[in-house]
Structures are given as structure tokens and as C-alpha cells.
Write a protein that binds this ligand. Structure first.
Ligand SMILES: [Zn+2]
Length: 294
């Protein structure tokens, strides 16, 4: 297959939608480890990948978001980092075959590096290297360093992917709206700063995921495009801004409303589009339909 960063220059590609909520619908209990299902219930994870493939996605994202040693350690699974990340990619590849790209999800550690936290850059680097090698061994096309809010952690992860594998590296940040109309990550990083530093670290594709819905995502992609030159951009918004209703987080946008923003997202520079929290196979199907009609 042509490398993802090449293909995404000339074509709009559709990624998939949320994984966590789909797992919960199949019986995953809140508070248990979603990634463990790559080993224990691979058939159900494959069912989700298949549902997104049937909805029209060109790209499948693996169930490995919390696959770092730090996150798995909370479940007593720190000795299974390699197996879980390897299995997550293998399962996705079984469904993807050679008709979809497999991108391996690498999420934040949940810890902070010195001087804010206690962890060293080297310990972050080592866990990311372990994941990246397992992703390549399992047959991934790309790694997405995603839902990042710290530029330091993001750039260590990019470096780990580039120095230990030959895979495409996508860097994707999560931003929140500010009162003055701008956007910044939880750690105070603006979209332009993220883009400049992720490019300097060598990322092949830049993106934004989670945090907010497609209307806000249009503004973020525009800001990233302004400093990103010709690098392909990926947009993975939530199904609208999360709302709290009876202590439950609700994502208000249905498939049609979600898909209605896609033309504008492409216009401001996104060429890989999918969904994050609150999106379902129906959202991806609506997205695929809309893109086909443009
Ligand atoms: Zn999300």
C-alpha cells in the first residue's frame, strides 16, 4: 500500500469512530481495562473494526490507546505491554486486510515528566519504544500519538516511533476552547505551537482529536494548516461538545449533523477525517456518504 502520508495528499480518507463506547455496548465494564480485550475477547474487538469497515472507513484504529506501561500497570498488566499492543494491531489487520490502513493508537501515559512530575524523559521514551516495536511487529502502517496535551510527551513519543520503526507517525493533540475564542490544550499549548514542534520532531501527519465537536475542529485545523505547509492533516472530532446530563456525559450530534461539517473541514485542510468520543458506525457511514457526494 502507498504510504498513508502520500495517499492523504491527493485523496480524502475516512477513519473510524469511537472504540470505548462500542466495547461498553458489548459488555466491557466501566473501570476495567479495554485493551485487555485484545487478548481476552478478540472476536468482539474485531466485530467493532468490521462495523467501521462496513460503514466505509479506509483506516482502522487499534484498541491500544491505554497500552503504555504506566496505564497497564494500573490493572496489574505492566508485563503484558508487548503482547497487548502486538495483539491489538494483529486483530485490526485481520479485518483491514490490504484494503484499509491500520493505525496503532498510542495515548498519553497519564503521568508527567520532570520537573512537573516525577518521570524521566528516558522512562517515557522506553515505554513508547516498546509499544512502537510491538506495533510494527504486528503489522501496523502507522502510529497515531493521540489525545496529547503536553508537547514534551508528544515529541518524545514521535521520536520513539521514528527511531525504532519505519512506520508513518501521526501526531494528534487535544484542544479546549478558551474564553477569548482561541484554543489551547490542557497544558497551555496552542495549535500553532503544537504544529511547529511536532513538525520539527519529524511527524508525517498532524491532527487533532477529541475535546470538542466538528464546528470547533474546523477552527483548529485552520490554525494548524496556517503553519503546517503541505503536511496532511487529520481531524477526529467528538460527536459535538460533551454535555453533562443526569451525571452522564452526552455527545449531542447525531450522524447527519456530525457529517454536515465535513465539507468545511476539507476546505480548511483536513484530508483524513473520522470521529472520537460519541461517534458510532452510523456517524462514519454518514461521513462516508457525505464525502462521496462532494
Ligand atoms: Zn475522544
Amino acid at each position: 500500500m502507498e504510504r498513508l502520508e502520500k495517499r492523504a495528499v491527493s485523496e480524502v480518507l475516512i477513519c473510524d469512530g469511537a472504540m470505548g463506547t462500542e466495547l461498553q455496548q458489548r459488555g466491557l465494564e466501566i473501570g476495567s481495562c479495554p485493551e485487555l480485550w485484545c487478548l481476552e475477547k478478540p472476536e468482539l474487538v474485531k466485530e467493532i473494526h468490521q462495523a467501521y469497515k462496513d460503514a466505509g472507513s479506509n483506516i482502522v484504529e487499534t484498541n491500544t490507546f491505554c497500552g503504555s506501561r504506566y496505564k497497564l500497570d494500573k490493572f496489574g498488566l505492566s508485563d503484558k505491554v508487548e503482547q497487548i499492543n502486538f495483539a491489538g494491531v494483529k486483530i485490526a489487520r485481520e479485518i483491514a486486510g490490504h484494503s484499509q490502513y491500520v493505525i496503532a493508537s498510542l495515548g498519553p501515559t497519564g503521568e508527567f515528566m520532570q520537573p512537573i512530575g516525577l518521570e524521566t524523559e528516558q522512562s517515557f521514551y522506553e515505554t513508547f519504544c516498546t509499544q512502537a516495536k510491538a506495533f510494527e511487529a504486528g503489522g501496523a502502517d502507522a502510529v497515531i500519538v493521540e489525545t496529547m496535551t503536553s508537547i514534551e510527551e508528544c515529541c518524545v513519543a514521535i521520536r520513539a516511533v521514528l527511531e525504532t520503526t519505519g512506520l508513518t507517525c501521526i501526531a494528534s493533540f487535544t484542544f479546549d476552547p478558551l474564553a477569548d475564542g482561541r484554543y489551547a490544550s490542557m497544558m497551555g499549548v496552542f495549535p500553532e505551537q503544537f504544529a511547529e514542534q511536532a513538525i520539527a520532531a519529524g511527524a508525517h501527519i498532524l491532527g487533532s482529536n477529541c475535546g470538542l465537536g466538528p464546528a470547533h475542529m474546523i477552527n483548529i485545523i485552520r490554525s494548524i494548516r496556517a503553519v503546517a505547509g503541505d503536511i496532511p492533516l487529520m481531524a477526529m472530532p467528538n460527536a459535538g461538545m460533551p454535555e453533562l446530563k443526569d451525571d452522564e456525559t452526552i455527545f449531542p450530534e447525531g450522524p447527519e449533523q456530525f457529517a454536515s461539517h465535513v465539507e468545511k473541514l476539507i476546505e480548511v485542510g483536513a484530508s483524513i477525517i473520522g470521529g472520537c468520543c460519541g461517534t458510532t458506525p452510523a456517524h462514519i457511514a454518514a461521513l462516508a456518504e457525505k464525502i462521496k457526494s462532494l
